[in-house]
Design a protein around this ligand. Sequence first.
Ligand code: ADP
Length: 484
Amino acid sequence: MIPISLKPFENILVWLMGLIVVCGIIINTETRTDLPTAALCIAVLLMAINLFSISAVIVVALFGMLVLTTAFLYHGGFDRWESTADFYRDLTALAAVTLLALRCKKMCDGLNHKVVYFSGSQQLSQTGCLGFRSGREQLSWSDQSARIYEYPVGVMPTVSMILARTHPADVNLVQAGFEKAARREGLIEIKHRLLMPDGRIKHVHMTATPLHTRLGYIDYLGALRDVTASKQAEQALCRAQTQLAHVSRVTSLGELAASIAHEVNQPLAAITSSGEACRNWLSRPEPDLVEARQSLDRIIASSNRASEITRRVRALSRKCDPLRQNESLNDIVGETLSLVRHELAHHKINPIIELTAFGGQVNADRVQLQQVIINLIINACQAMDAVDPGERSLSVRTWVKDNEAVLEVADHGPGIPPDVLPQLFMPFFTTKENGLGMGLSICRSIIEFHEGRIWATNANGQGSAFLFALPIRVVNDSGYAAAL
Ligand code: ADP
């Protein structure tokens, strides 16, 4: 239904009536009928309020007074006391109505001004307002709300119209919001999507609060914000961060290439030697099948190990969107250490591993957390390059504290100067000759994406420690994971 504006017709009607009344005044002045001229002047004045500005209304009022005075003089009214009194009475009435009309006009103009500001600011901030009563189909909304839902401005809104525009996957959410209103709950907040008829998706944030109770009902006042632009910017940022994290992960893998090749080579060498042994056992005049079978078992175990390593490397190099699942922090650390083991040996570092975060289930993307741990370990190795090999030590510890699973990578390197500490996690901060300075910044965005925190300290004595803490998740009976 497209509403028709009556404003032009109203204006034409008022002009027409005004013209009729003005003619009436002239004829009345001429013929002096029973209808008082003052009443007609007042009628014209009231019409002028609707059509003209304040100054024009003043001109109309003055014109009315002039007409009254002219009529009074023209008919020689000053000869009689009664007609002079009538003239003053009419003049007073016209003046009083003029004052009241001007006051009214000023208030209306102020109100109109406010309405223009109000709807302008709603349009600028992409926020509409709506009012609804619990259990009632009809509601009211501002023009901006109609624009957000993409209904014609002026159309009578209903709950069904809102549900018709709601994304099918979010209808329950919105209905739950209205049910909350029916239960007379306080603040109601719904973040949901709209599905427009042409298939576009909009993201909106609705907040409603009870306003007042009338006849046992509660009226709610709601604000509806179109957050599509910020949501899209957020998604674009997230995509860019994921891509950046992937590039940095592949770079780290490049740094670990020798280490990974060595890791794969070990089981391959074991396969070769077990294969040769197996052949020897079988080439005997009396083949030793038991020994041959054991050699074959070793071959299978080694090839499984090799394929497990390639699986991990492939997972790290794959470009995919983050997938958060319930994971054990200790498992992730253990798997990561197997990838950097040779790198540590290459740097002549014998790590001290203390994984005590048993039950430290975190809701994490396995690959991204591995990336953070690899980054911290490679940094620690590089920091200890200038330290005497005998003094190099690296400890990797996990523990659970205050519902958080914590990981610490502590080295025995030169430590971090206090003035550098605040800049460590900033993009492009590096003290290395060939450094890019993105590693720790990406680590921070990954940890923050996991609702955790990451920080660095100077260890007591020598070296530095990098720690991150992630909220521990519990899985309740319904399988829904929640932060403790
Ligand atoms: P890059 O390794 O490319 O420099 P990072 O963001 O990983 O980028 O590190 C930024 C800076 O943080 C490094 O240049 C270094 O100065 C400092 N840093 C990182 N880890 C350590 C560490 N374990 N000990 C001392 N300084 C460190």
